[in-house]
Design a binder for this molecule. Structure first.
Ligand SMILES: Cc1ncc(COP(=O)(O)O)c(C=O)c1O
Length: 442
């Protein structure tokens, strides 16, 4: 039983997790003897009328949503269902360049056509910046758009001006879906400099992963709608996608996360802000702060510049970050770190040692412009494909989604034609072992 052995070993070594799940192993009551599914007395996720319905309504009340649906396959299932519910073949959907791969899965299901939003690059993060309202306005003037899907915030904590995006879209009759997988905690951070929550901005469908930022079990997620006109359609579409054996471990952890955060969320996030400020101040003193010029960023995504030997040093102290990518390291701070602050203290103590490690020069990977979307992701997916080496993908249309994990951010979408500059970029990613050396094309 190698997997169980590996898990046991990791649970021993990973003393201070700065990665998902958000509960960080500090909530043993999440795993009671609750591993069951829909038996009499436990309601039905596909048509909740009893305990599940009341638990969902409680969470809706906390977030001031018109309706909340519990999800057991992460935000991914909610994003796919939202797109499938609101769009049909040929509809145009506004999509951000760094969307999660589940957005592409939703487009394959619905048959809609992505209209990619022009975003500029953040040079320090080598990552697309959130879309501007101006760029969205231009596309609305040019295309007949049915729905828009924004990310708030993204994996690195970067958030758009969600209120103005929602206003511009809704004024034009465009439904706004928000991938807020990384934003279930925003609700408690209104006065703490966190980005605004999409529910408060009046967006239509908001999908969140409490398992990432609140004490809920991995995969436990929820979707909020702000207009009851969508209620039936959304339930029916979720029923198409959801398992008929939902895990009550996951469902009960959602009830727990909502209840816990509504009782302690504000105080824990305030405490976490103090701890994060202390970390950031020390980094500034040591010249260890990750260079950023970003205003609307979720500070719970703590970044450090990578250094040679950093991973070994962190591991020696039982510290496991969320992501190590090139010249940056991402640590996810959650309310669990405010409850048990030993992890942040351990990281704080290491900072002078990290500062003394040799620097890793910033990489020069320039993101090419997005490839042209020639056909819909569904059309591409339905055509027969062939696996070719990256070099031979030049001039061909991609059939598959390429979204290295973590964080599952899209690099190539089905239906996009790859030119030389894209293939060069993919080859660089392959050289860094981020993607395989082949691609399925049509
Ligand atoms: C921006 C973003 N959206 C959506 C998802 C999918 O969330 P889940 O893992 O809950 O399915 C992720 C996962 O990492 C993500 O980073």
């Amino acid at each position: 039983m190698e997997l169980r052995k590996r898990l046991a070993q990791l649970s021993h070594e990973d003393k201070y997790p700065f990665h998902m799940p958000g509960h960080k192993g500090r909530f043993s009551s999440l795993i009671g003897n609750f591993d069951t599914t829909e038996i009499p007395g436990l309601d039905n996720l596909h048509c909740p009328q009893d305990v599940l319905s009341r638990a969902q309504d409680t969470v809706a009340g906390i977030y001031k949503a018109a309706k909340t649906y519990f999800l057991v396959n992460g935000s991914s299932v909610g994003i796919m269902a939202a797109i499938a519910a609101l769009t049909k073949p040929g509809d145009c959907v506004l999509v951000v360049k760094n969307c999660h791969k589940s957005v592409l899965a939703g487009l394959v299901h619905s048959g809609a056509m992505p209209v990619w939003i022009d975003q500029s690059l953040c040079p320090n993060l080598r990552h697309w910046l959130p879309p501007s309202t101006e760029a969205v306005k231009e596309l609305i003037a040019k295309y007949s758009i049915k729905a828009a899907i924004f990310t708030n915030p993204d994996y690195y904590g970067l958030a758009p001006d969600i209120t103005s995006l929602a206003q511009v879209c809704q004024k034009a009759g465009i439904a706004v879906i928000v991938d807020e997988a990384h934003g279930a905690h925003l609700h408690w951070g209104k006065t703490l400099g966190l980005p605004q929550s999409a529910i408060d901005a009046g967006c239509d469908i908001i999908v969140q992963s409490p398992h990432k930022t609140l004490p809920a079990l991995t995969q436990a997620a929820w979707m909020h709608i702000t207009d009851l006109a969508l209620e039936e359609q959304m339930q029916e579409t979720l029923n198409l996608f959801h398992t008929t054996s939902p895990s009550y471990l996951l469902l009960s952890s959602l009830e727990y996360a909502g209840d816990w955060a509504s009782s302690y969320g504000s105080v824990m996030l305030r405490r976490l802000k103090i701890l994060a400020d202390v970390l950031n101040l020390r980094c500034k003193q040591l010249n260890l702060d990750f260079p950023q010029t970003l205003s609307n960023r979720d500070w719970t995504k703590f970044l450090l510049p990578n250094r040679r030997g950093l991973v070994g040093l962190l591991r020696s102290q039982g510290i496991f970050p969320e992501l190590i990518q090139g010249d940056k390291v991402l640590f996810m701070l959650t309310m669990a770190d405010a409850l048990v602050p030993q992890g942040i203290a351990a990281l704080y103590r290491l900072l002078p040692l990290i500062e003394a490690l040799p620097e890793i020069p910033g990489e020069e990977i320039i993101l090419p412009p997005l490839p042209k979307q020639e056909i819909t992701p569904r059309e591409a997916w339905q055509r027969p494909g062939e696996k070719v080496s990256l070099a031979k993908a030049r001039g061909r249309i991609a059939r598959q989604v390429l979204a290295p994990y973590p964080p599952g951010t899209m690099v190539v979408a089905p239906g996009q034609r790859l030119e030389s500059e894209h293939v060069d970029y993919l080859q660089k990613l392959h050289a860094k072992k981020v993607i395989p050396q082949w691609l399925e094309v049509i």
